[in-house]
Design a protein around this ligand. Sequence first.
Ligand SMILES: Cc1cc2nc3c(=O)[nH]c(=O)nc-3n(C[C@H](O)[C@H](O)[C@H](O)COP(=O)(O)OP(=O)(O)OC[C@H]3O[C@@H](n4cnc5c(N)ncnc54)[C@H](O)[C@@H]3O)c2cc1C
Ligand code: FES
Length: 290
Amino acid sequence: MGSEMKTQTATRTADARNPMVPLEFEVGRVSRETHDTFTLFLNPVNGLERFTFQPGQFNMIYIYGVGEVPISISGNPHKPEVLVHTTRAVGTVTRAMQQLKRGDRVGIRGPFGAAWPVDVAEGRDVVFVAGGIGLAPLRPAIYHVLANRNRFGRIVLLYGARTPEDILYRKELEKWRARFDLEVHVTVDRATLDWRGNVGVVTKLIPKAPFDPYHCVSFICGPEIMMRFTVIELTKRGVPEDQVYISMERNMKCGIGLCGHCQYGPKFICKDGPVFRYDVIRDWFKVREL
Ligand SMILES: Cc1cc2nc3c(=O)[nH]c(=O)nc-3n(C[C@H](O)[C@H](O)[C@H](O)COP(=O)(O)OP(=O)(O)OC[C@H]3O[C@@H](n4cnc5c(N)ncnc54)[C@H](O)[C@@H]3O)c2cc1C
Ligand code: FES
């Protein structure tokens, strides 16, 4: 989709819409993923027919009367008729989002930010490493490589959740695991009695995962501590730092590089990220408080 995606971006750039003015969307369906995580399926109103985006991009979602939060798009970039967001309820706005029902409306600004560079990964093995809710921002890139399966080498998904109850997209993971052209390995930090799978942090899966470290691209999304150790394990296996991409999160207000809220060293996460090539931000990533 490399060239197709560039065309879509060009279309958006030509779009005269003001990026600070939200578009209205209606909740078509709500899916409860885990006790604190839910997926909203949003349909455009006011005549918009499709909402094109690139894997890894995010929207600013406005909950009327409450506030606005950045949330990655977690749907299929090849199915732009419906906009999909998976969110964990952690505070004021995301808890209000959790109360939304079919027919309720939200404001959407976006899509914003840099994408997972799926075209760079063509011809190589692709290693996705996700922690917790981090699977949501990676899912559009997974859909893309599966839709264009013959353009990529081996595809590996390593996913870690806190407990079996916290595993996101469980049915979809089972479907993917049944495929012969995709390696899916799931682990949990703490097992329950009925869990028969791996136990331990996701980085433990890296040493034995079936990919060629000298000819792969890795996309990582999860808590910063998890991404830190994932990069260490990948580089131990020989993956060059410039073949590793991570998605960063910081508080945001404007989402378009104007307000400075998301500044990260000399970069703005909303505009230069959220997806960064690891070696580009390595020096700031190593400073924990930044
Ligand atoms: C580019 C980008 C993409 C994102 N994509 C997603 C996504 O796909 N799904 C998703 O669920 N979230 C995503 N987030 C995080 C999401 O924006 C925050 O969780 C949200 O802004 C919190 O707002 P709130 O008003 O609910 O919480 P607040 O009231 O602002 O915060 C309440 C409490 O929650 C804590 N908190 C805030 N953010 C987080 C967090 N990320 N994790 C854990 N605790 C937190 C705060 O420290 C505070 O203690 C993304 C963030 C960015 C920058
Ligand atoms: S959120 Fe305003 S500059 Fe990034």
